[in-house]
Design a protein around this ligand. Structure first.
Ligand SMILES: [Zn+2]
Ligand SMILES: [Zn+2]
Length: 186
């Protein structure tokens, strides 16, 4: 990741699933210039040309993006298509489906990158550090070689893995894990 892309956002948040996930135009988002859309995830879902995203999968219920500024190679987000701001507002079917997709993603990441563990979870509400209200689940692969948990809390981690190669690998393979069993579940 080039140095100019590693700036802190305008309101640094010290939480586990910190956002640096999307670039707008020439990375203005990283400089604190929010895109002119009501919801950045709805924009990603709708392929808004003003939003650069790393969407790797979409279907009738969810879409999946790589985090543009990941804590670790393979940091994914699973996002429901419906704009909801509380997990309890998901239908039972959507909730089950999302959780299945999360596990499918973990299986894929395990096969592709051999992490030694995962942090999976979400921030709900701005005081809990949710900088984007549209609910989503973060999947952060963890690796034995990491310096430690404090790097994630402090959002200071430097990613050495080539982001393009991670994107290409995930994009090429994710359909085998998430898409293949989709018809049985809908
Ligand atoms: Zn988040
Ligand atoms: Zn939304």
């Amino acid at each position: 990741m080039a140095p100019e892309h590693s700036e802190q956002p305008e309101q640094p948040e010290h939480n586990l699933f910190h956002h640096h996930l999307l670039a707008v135009g020439k990375f203005n988002y990283a400089k604190g210039e929010r895109p002119n859309v009501d919801c950045i995830f709805c924009g990603v879902r709708d392929n808004n040309p003003d939003i650069t995203s790393l969407k790797v999968y979409e279907d009738e219920r969810v879409f999946i993006c790589l985090n543009l500024y990941p804590y670790n190679p393979g940091h994914l987000m699973v996002i429901p298509n419906r704009h909801l701001e509380r997990f309890e507002d998901l239908s039972g079917e959507d909730r089950n489906y999302m959780f299945q997709v999360v596990m499918d993603c973990q299986k894929m990441l395990q096969d592709l990158f051999s992490p030694t563990g995962f942090n999976v979870g979400y921030n709900q509400g701005q005081y809990a550090g949710a900088s984007i209200r549209h609910i989503h689940v973060h999947i952060v692969p963890r690796y034995r070689e990491e310096l430690g948990f404090i790097d994630i809390i402090g959002a200071t981690k430097i990613i050495v893995e080539n982001a393009d190669s991670v994107f290409n690998k995930v994009k090429a393979r994710i359909g085998e894990y998430v898409g293949s069993k989709r018809s049985e579940r809908l």
